[in-house]
Design a protein around this ligand. Structure first.
Ligand SMILES: *[C@@H]1O[C@H](CO)[C@@H](O)[C@H](O)[C@H]1NC(C)=O
Ligand SMILES: *[C@@H]1O[C@H](CO)[C@@H](O)[C@H](O)[C@H]1NC(C)=O
Length: 932
């Protein structure tokens, strides 16, 4: 990457740009004028006042109030909406801006609404809004100064503007060098305008601060034609110590206080060799935050697509401040709070509040608003092999064959930018890839898939059909003063498609049909990289903020959405090319609110260092909590060469993470598993095979994530929400509700301490998935972790499916037999689910699937359809049942379709593990296994 860039840079003599690939060359808050203005704003008392008498119900589910800034008399609107499932939306805009402020389009789903029960209290100028269907949930507007508090069950959970940080920079005309200005001409009341003008003459406009009308970063000038338009607001999580979310940062799971340091930043950027333990912006931005305490979980979505900085203040100084405001906490001292200061460069204030109360409730509420995860084709949750680059067809063939030779399964082989003709996407380097269709067909004949990279920058070459057509249609982003914007990226001089326009997205989607994308087949899928977008010679390696998009908005308004729009249209193209039959797979690097609906993401260009392996866990947990279930980190680390032990440990961690892909920089040594000594090779093979054995469980989890919005990979507190020990824990994680994984992320670690939590009132205990050894909980155990061992425990009370006949790829295992692992809790119970379908079409939407509830109770294991009208015909049968934590039986029988058969079994007395052999029942049928 660096070597390549230097070449480009030298070739173009833009030598100064070389330095912008250093970490320090991304903005800090004090290099961003709006962040400074917002962060320095600390009034004693908020000048924003809601006008009590202006209250009106626009509809039964929407109330309206005027807000006024008493410092400058600018009027604002306050809209509060009652949404289904206990959700509340708050919106603050200028009443009469001189031009519209940007509002994020098409991101939030139309959700159901409900009525407000409105209670006005004139004595203290407060308004209580109670949700009619969730009467425990209410919002209280305090008028002077404006504050909004949200309660559930009398308990305050959010308090808005209690820190007085609401600040909306009103839109104004650019001041001519000498006053008078005409900036308030749109105000209705001429007297008001005069009053303001008078004030202005007396003292300098406090709003006329440096950087409002232009600012410079390095060699780049931002012309800011609209002037200042930033928004800021504080939202407090009352009675919480822990907040999570707002990816993407290379940071811990529990967000830490930013007081005295840099705020968290959301601004999609192509960051080279990113630092760990950092709040600096990375490739994706989701302004969603979760608060969690032992009693409840809540969520807050700040709907904005512009650059956003977020201060988190969880300092001890705050304790008891809000606690003393609310009578609910009377008598309690030191009620904790986490105060969040949101600062966005543009837009309107638009917030969605979710009161939970459980982690599952918050995920359901959040994904009602933003969408649940797409249902990935099964092969895409298996193992992927990538590097920059598999050089040519011979290389592809050799690598593919070597997997079989070394008995290592894989499902998909990836081609990075070098497969193209001079980085012209949708083309092939015909010397290296003369027969791409045959290459794909050969891979597909084994049941495998391929992926090619398709980036959003387009080589400016009039002989290149994509460029020619898009240019003729006017589909490229224009410079602020007109003319096609050109930036540097992989192909050199590049134009950038304006994905904010529906016609551009439609045209882009049409490029994916095999008769237009020459050399592609239906077995070829897509990777959208560099879509922050990356512009090598742009400010912070991205696009200038004052560049104009088709709708007339500047890039600054839409920046964080650019990548998702490309991914969305790529997905449309993939679905269309199969006439809507085949599920898509598109990996994107940039992401935004709702990315989960379209595809997978990965954590970008990480480094082959132990710390990067360690941080992959909190990064992926955070991304999952913000809705994107299908996420992963490059196995082995993208930059530099991992030593074999690090590579092995990375495979082991990633085998239990949702998106499982090995990838490497072009300058690294080849690192396919068979290139290592036997101990490493066999440990890596073992890790990949464990993933394949567990594919039925992963696939069931993804189906559930698709239907419920729950992440597949979860923080421990998500499953054990009352255990305060877990709130900051991110060295281990859950896969679904059943498996706890503790990856080894340090060198020479041959034993590890694992904390095993407990569900209150249910002493579940845990079982080592390899040895079946039982551990009571709560407990901290020490587990031996020799090189080949992955520390995974199954929670008592759960049932998971596996397929033990691992083949060369997942498609070949579609109808293979299954084994059920029943881990009994101390009451002798367990349950789980299994979902089966063809793995790749949309037929599941027509009921072509089997979804079973598995229950073990009173020594009876039963499988019952969760949807009796759904059916997918399969010959898959039950090969084995392993019951952990049980007694020696005298007989075991299976009953299906009225026929009862006696079964063979073996029993391990020491471990108390019963293995039932060949129940033989077809999995699409209901069955009952009885142990006597
Ligand atoms: C305002 O007055 C109402 C009615 O007396 C009362 O129920 C409420 O608690 C008061 N609210 C505040 C914030 O003082
Ligand atoms: C059950 O499957 C049918 C299709 O056979 C579908 O229409 C229905 O929505 C499914 N029910 C549930 C609860 O998923």
């Amino acid at each position: 990457f660096r070597f390549k860039l230097l070449l480009i840079v030298m070739a173009t003599m833009v030598v100064q740009e070389a330095e912008s690939f250093e970490q320090g060359n991304f903005k800090k808050c004090d290099q961003s004028s709006f962040c400074q203005r917002q962060r320095n704003y600390k009034p004693e008392r908020s000048p924003y006042v809601a006008v009590f008498s202006s209250l009106r119900s626009v509809t039964d589910n929407h109330v309206y109030l005027d807000i006024r800034n008493n410092d400058n008399n600018i009027p604002f609107t306050l809209d509060i909406y009652a949404l289904e499932d206990g959700m509340i939306r708050l919106r603050i805009n200028e009443l009469s801006p001189i031009k519209p402020r940007y509002e994020v389009p098409n991101t939030i789903h139309d959700v159901g609404v409900q009525n407000f029960l409105v209670e006005q209290n004139p004595q203290n100028q407060t308004i209580t809004l109670r949700l009619s269907n969730n009467p425990s949930v209410s919002a209280v507007v305090v008028c002077d100064p404006f504050r909004l508090d949200i309660f559930d069950d009398q308990e305050p959970v959010f308090s808005i503007n209690s820190r007085h940080l609401l600040k909306v920079e009103y839109l104004r005309e650019k001041p001519v060098p000498k006053p008078p200005t005409e900036e308030h001409e749109n105000l209705d009341n001429p007297e008001e305008v005069e009053k303001i003008e008078e004030t202005k003459e007396d003292k300098p406009d406090p709003d006329d601060e440096p950087g409002m009308w232009e600012e410079t970063f390095k060699t780049h000038r931002d012309s800011k034609p609209r002037g200042p338009e930033s928004i800021g607001l504080d939202t407090s999580f009352v009675n919480f110590n822990h907040v999570y979310g707002i990816p993407e940062h290379a940071d811990r799971l529990a967000l830490s206080s930013t007081i005295g340091s840099e705020p968290y930043r959301l601004y999609n950027l192509d960051v080279f060799e990113y630092d760990l333990n950092s709040r600096a912006a990375l490739y994706g931005s989701i302004p969603f935050m979760i608060g969690h305490n032992a009693k409840r979980t809540v969520g807050l979505l700040w709907l904005n697509s512009a650059e956003t900085w977020i201060d988190v203040d969880s300092s001890e100084d705050n304790k008891g401040v809000l606690g003393s405001v609310f009578s609910y906490f009377a008598g309690q001292e030191n009620v904790p709070e986490v105060n969040i200061h949101w600062m966005s460069e543009s837009g309107v204030i638009d917030i969605y509040f979710m009161v939970g109360p459980s982690p599952r409730d918050v995920m359901r509420q959040y994904t009602k608003l933003t969408g649940t995860t797409y249902f990935p084709p099964k092969w895409s949750i298996a193992y992927h092999q990538s590097r920059w680059n598999y050089k040519d067809e011979e290389d592809v063939k050799t690598v593919d064959a070597a997997f079989d030779e070394h008995d290592i399964p894989y499902d998909c082989l990836w081609l990075d930018i070098e497969h193209t003709d001079g980085k012209r996407y949708f083309t092939w380097d015909t010397l290296k890839f003369p027969n791409p269709i045959k290459m794909q067909d050969d891979i597909a004949a084994k049941g495998r898939k391929m992926v090619t990279i398709i980036d959003p920058h387009i080589k400016t070459d009039s002989n290149y059909h994509i460029y020619r057509e898009a240019q003729a249609k006017g589909y490229f982003i224009q410079n602020k003063d007109g003319g096609e914007f050109k930036g540097w990226c992989w192909p050199g001089d590049s134009a950038y498609l304006d994905f904010t326009l529906p016609e551009v997205r439609e045209w882009w989607a049409s490029q994916f049909t095999p008769d237009i994308y020459k050399g592609s087949t239906l077995n070829l899928f897509t990777w959208n990289d560099m879509n922050e977008p990356s512009v090598f010679n742009g400010p912070e390696i991205t696009m200038h903020k004052d560049i104009k998009h088709g709708g007339g908005w500047e890039h600054r308004h839409v920046h964080n959405m650019y990548g998702i729009l490309q991914q969305m249209s790529t997905v449309d193209g993939q679905i269309a090319r199969s006439s809507g039959n085949e599920r898509p797979f598109v990996l994107s690097r940039a992401f935004y609110i709702g990315t989960q609906k379209y595809g997978a993401i990965w954590t970008g260009d990480n480094t082959a260092e132990w710390g990067h392996l360690e941080f992959s866990v909190p990064m992926l947990l955070t991304i999952g909590l913000c809705g994107i279930s299908h996420c992963g980190a490059d196995v082995g680390g993208f930059f530099k060469n991992p030593d074999p032990e690090l590579l092995t440990r990375w495979y082991q961690a990633a085998a239990y993470q949702p998106f499982f892909r090995a990838h490497a920089h072009i300058d690294t040594s080849r690192r396919e598993p068979w290139l290592y000594d036997e101990q490493y090779k066999s440990a890596i093979r073992g890790a990949i095979r464990e993933r394949y054995e567990l594919m039925p469980y992963w696939y069931t989890l993804f189906y559930q994530s698709h239907t419920t919005g729950e992440p597949t990979m979860r923080p421990l507190w998500y499953e054990f929400p009352k255990d305060t020990e877990l709130f900051a824990k991110d060295d281990s994680f859950m896969v679904g509700s059943a498996l706890l994984v503790k990856p080894i992320a340090t060198a020479s670690t041959w034993a590890t301490q694992i904390y095993l939590p407990v569900t209150p009132n249910c002493n579940n205990g845990w079982y080592d998935v390899k040895s079946y050894q039982f551990f009571p909980s709560p407990n901290t155990i020490s587990m031996a972790t020799p090189l080949a061992k992955i520390a995974v425990l199954q929670q008592g009370g759960t049932i998971i499916p596996r397929q033990l006949r691992v083949r060369r790829c997942s498609a070949l295992m579609t109808h293979d037999p299954y084994t059920l692992y029943v881990a009994l809790n101390t009451q002798g119970k367990a349950d789980g689910e299994i979902y089966l379908d063809d793995g790749h079409t949309f037929d599941y939407k027509k009921g072509v699937y089997n979804y079973k509830k598995l229950t073990f109770e009173n020594n009876i294991l039963s499988s019952r359809s969760l949807n009796t009208t759904a059916l997918w015909e399969t010959s898959a049968w039950l090969e084995r049942v392993v019951v952990m934590g049980t007694q020696q039986p005298s007989t075991v029988t299976v009953e299906a379709a009225g026929v009862t058969t006696a079964l063979g079994y073996s029993f391990d007395k020491n471990l108390r593990v019963l293995t039932i052999r060949k129940p033989g029942v077809n999995l699409q049928k209901d069955f009952t296994i009885t142990i006597n």
